[in-house]
Design a protein around this ligand. Structure first.
Ligand code: NDP
Length: 337
């Protein structure tokens, strides 16, 4: 069995995942697996890396498909016997203009982004070797403060999600509860935000904290470190290319976390901003005002559905021009990307 060190990036055929591939191919001492749900797109991305002088291997992995996850797990286990880096990057986000009913968006987004990520972790964590690094790409909207439904339910929900004794089962039940509340129209009254994407990212961030505690408590996971991060507002398909950061800039923080040296004291189990600063996931504050254009007016709205393009769609464009019909109350001034 090959003894190489192994790194895996999910959803790596484009966007931030592809940026992470470039970083890892250049800096990781071992074999880097570009995984993608679509074989053709994945292989084309490996070719693109080759043209840049970078070597990666490809394996199909659809985080929304049990058989695909099992096949990948078996392949890594049988070929290498272990895993050293896992970057949970794959995710989906509906656009504001999406015509699918809200409950359908909720079900699909939570299933892929939360339960799909969880399924990959369940399959691959047993393969993690000492000093392995796990990174889950969350978002600014995955911060606890984005649990912004009606009070007092939102306050109670934040308390539950922040609890140092929250279990994975309890978190899964909360995610399923959101899907149910989306169906009967009571999600806001139950404290949840009105964005299915935000909820999924809050879910993976809460999950990271639980997984961190599990690693710390189990000597089998010797110096295994997991962190979650906000990669910044990045120029990708997901942001409809409105994000001001390049994929290389968006890849900087996740790649840094994937390459943390052995026995590092910090960050462990923490939430990091794209500039690599540690942000308190429970208390905040979120960095801001925005500094990428040096203008504090720009903000990230948290109130409606859709993906990472919401700020631009509701408040202005990527150049910072404010739309005349932007609703002030939907565009919080101080939240930064
Ligand atoms: P993109 O939409 O550009 O890329 C998403 C990637 O995930 C694609 O490769 C896509 O594959 C893949 N993917 C989607 N579903 C699955 C699945 N079921 N199994 C495997 N792969 C899948 O998004 P970004 O690069 O912008 O986003 C990367 C990460 O960063 C996500 O977690 C996102 O939530 C997060 N993020 C992005 C921000 C931004 O501004 N762009 C801001 C904050 C967070 P395919 O090509 O087949 O669709």
């Amino acid at each position: 069995m090959a003894s190489s060190r192994i790194a895996v990036v999910t959803g790596a055929n484009k966007g931030i995942g592809f940026g992470i591939m470039k970083e890892l191919c250049a800096k990781f001492d071992g074999i880097v697996y570009l995984t993608a749900r679509d074989e053709e797109r994945g292989r084309a991305a490996v070719e693109k890396l080759a043209k840049l002088g970078l070597t990666a291997k490809f394996h199909q992995l659809d985080i929304d498909d049990e058989q695909s996850i099992k096949g990948f797990r078996d392949y890594i286990a049988n070929t290498y016997g272990g895993l050293d880096v896992l970057v949970n990057n794959a995710a989906i986000a509906y656009k504001n203009a999406a015509s699918e009913p809200f409950e359908e968006q909720a079900e699909n987004t939570i299933r892929v982004n939360f339960f799909g990520t969880l399924a990959v972790c369940h399959a691959l964590f047993p393969l993690l070797r000492p000093h392995a690094r796990v990174v889950t790409v969350s978002s600014s909207v995955g911060h606890l403060s984005k649990v912004s439904g009606d009070k007092p339910a939102a306050t109670a929900l934040r308390e539950k999600l922040a609890s140092p004794t929250l279990t994975e089962e309890e978190l899964c039940a909360l995610m399923n509860q959101y899907i149910e509340k989306a169906k009967d129209g009571t999600w806001k009254a139950a404290g949840w935000p009105s964005s299915t994407y935000d909820t999924s990212k809050i879910g993976v961030s809460a999950l990271t904290r639980i997984q961190h505690r599990a690693f710390e408590a189990d000597p089998k996971y010797e110096d295994v470190v997991i962190n979650h991060c906000h990669p910044g507002y990045v120029d990708t398909d997901m942001s409809s290319h409105m994000g001001p950061l390049t994929v290389e800039q968006g890849a900087a923080c996740p790649s840094y976390l994937a390459l943390l040296p052995p026995n590092i004291k910090e960050p462990r189990g923490q939430f990091l901003w794209h500039d690599k600063q540690v942000v308190d996931w429970v208390k905040g504050p979120l960095p801001g005002p925005l500094n990428w254009l040096g203008d504090s007016r720009r903000a990230w709205t948290t109130f409606s559905g859709g993906g990472e393009e919401r700020w631009e769609e509701q408040c202005g464009n990527a150049k910072g021009e404010r739309r005349s019909d932007a609703k002030g109350d939907q565009c919080t001034e101080a939240e930064g990307e």
